[in-house]
Ligand binder design. Structure first.
Ligand code: MV4
Length: 451
């Protein structure tokens, strides 16, 4: 059993982890940058240690300072949350060699899955349908052309160390390759410290469907259903729902079986997410595995009634899952809107500043995960996620009706937010019918505007 967990993160996810620890009777210590001195995680944790100035490299990304804080506080384990060091294999390794448990999979597993080409190669040919594409890094344009002559346009350039869209470019013709190859490489280098690119067939009008998995040290591997994350803008997720409106029971079973197989193949321990693209013909392909808790985990919690953060902690303590797949029941429908401090009318530019009025929605079927309060100043140095508004209903209609009501009740004054944009999405006829895919926001909602 852990008696104290260090939280190596900030904002709403730091609060989320503190809440799980409190329910488990585990002590908490947060690390924070000078900028976050007056934040709720600092107030709610049992202990708080300032590790540096506002720059992420000097605080939330600074491994020696975080490890020192863990040693000073006497923490048994570190929860990295998401973003920052959550998928950094060196950090997981340093935790281990310092005798502090890392709440996440082994560094070796993080390394394998962090290299998207290696992950594709491990899983291809083992009964996992991977997207047609590279078996190795594509070093230059001529190597790219050679591969494209085999799989055909359109293709997508992706960063081998990437994820989350940076370094990604869609290539529809030879001209695009000349235009984008060097830019993508450069973007990959600056974002991930590695310029390596690979190529995949670009799947048009697909859905982004991901399965939540938990696996324990004894190999028990369970899935918690899927999330549809197709509503993204510039590869940033805006809305997620569970279950997906388009999956039949039999397709869900087939995809879940593959997701579990992926995790078992890797001897993965902890919480993980297996991402797929599902095309219009209902054919699915493996995309990648995320080795962290995800921002959108609450929609899964709402439909399964299970606390994924507590589960992660128990697995890291060495406990085994004490229930079966049949006991995991999906009930109702859940939707999440990521409310960002951004101006949707000004190309979603971040809009930091002081919140002068803040009123939360409430009532049946509403959950809000936020670190924000009236009088809080959103700093410009971190991401712009303000709050996650999650609704649950017995069916999709009720869930959407609750989201409409909750978006209307939500008062945030002082900064621009994405609330008006979410309101537009939920009123869209295609969205209401579940007819949305990965290009939905750009093609349906941004028509006529510069994107
Ligand atoms: C793709 C794809 C289509 N084909 N890969 C976006 C984020 C990253 N995790 C993976 N992403 C995608 N990868 C292939 N081979 C479509 C997406 C994608 C997407 C693309 C454009 C606009 C919105 C999107 C939303 C979700 C996924």
């Amino acid at each position: 059993m852990f008696s104290k967990i260090l939280i190596a993160n900030r904002g709403e996810v730091a609060l989320r982890i503190i809440r799980a620890c409190k329910e488990l009777g585990i002590g908490t210590v947060v690390v924070f940058s000078k900028e976050d001195e007056h934040s709720l995680p600092v107030r709610f944790a049992d202990e708080a240690i300032c590790i540096g100035p506002r720059e992420p490299a000097e605080s939330y990304l600074n491994v020696p300072r975080i490890i020192s804080a863990a040693e000073v506080a006497g923490a048994d384990a570190i929860h990295p949350g998401y973003g920052f060091l959550a998928e950094n294999e060196q950090f997981a390794e340093v935790c281990r060699s310092s005798g502090v448990a890392f709440i996440g999979p082994d560094p070796e597993v993080i390394r394998k899955l962090g290299n998207k080409v290696e992950a594709r190669n491990i899983l291809a040919g083992k009964g996992i349908p991977v997207i047609p594409g590279s078996e190795e890094i594509v070093g230059d344009k001529s190597a790219a052309l050679k591969l494209i002559s085999r799989i055909g346009y359109p293709v997508i350039l992706k960063a081998a160390s990437g994820g989350g869209g940076r370094g990604m470019r869609i290539v529809r013709e030879k001209r695009d390759l000349n235009l984008f190859f060097d830019i993508a490489q450069q973007e990959a280098r600056t974002s991930f410290g590695n310029p390596d690119l690979y190529i995949e067939k670009y799947m048009e009008k697909a859905k982004h469907i991901e399965f939540q998995i938990l696996a324990d040290k004894s190999g028990n591997t369970l899935h918690f259903g899927e999330r549809d994350c197709s509503i993204q803008r510039r590869y940033q997720k805006l809305m997620e729902e569970s279950p997906s409106f388009v999956l039949s029971g039999s397709l869900r079973k087939k995809m879940a079986k593959i997701a579990v197989k992926v995790i078992k193949q890797l001897n993965y321990v902890g919480a993980g997410t297996v991402e797929f693209l599902l095309d219009e013909k209902m054919k699915f392909h493996f995309m990648e595995v995320n080795t962290r808790l995800q921002v959108e985990h609450p929609v899964t919690e709402m439909v399964t009634g299970r606390d994924l953060v507590k589960a992660q902690i128990k697995i890291a303590e060495g406990e085994d899952l004490d229930y079966t797949q049949e006991e995991i029941r999906i009930e109702g429908v859940s939707l999440e809107c990521r409310i960002n401090a951004e101006d949707p009318e000004k190309n979603f530019t971040p809009c930091p500043g002081k919140i002068v009025a803040f009123h939360l929605p409430g009532g049946p079927g509403i959950r809000v995960d936020t670190h924000v309060f009236s009088g809080y100043t959103i700093p410009p140095f971190y991401d712009s996620l303000l709050a996650k508004l999650i609704t649950w209903g017995r069916d999709r209609e009720e869930t959407i009706a609750r989201m409409r009501r909750a978006l209307e009740e939500f008062v945030i004054e002082g900064v621009k937010t994405t609330i008006p944009f979410h309101q537009r999405i939920i009123e869209n006829e295609h969205f209401k019918k579940g007819q949305f895919y990965t290009g939905f926001v750009e093609e349906e909602l941004m028509k006529g505007s510069e994107i």
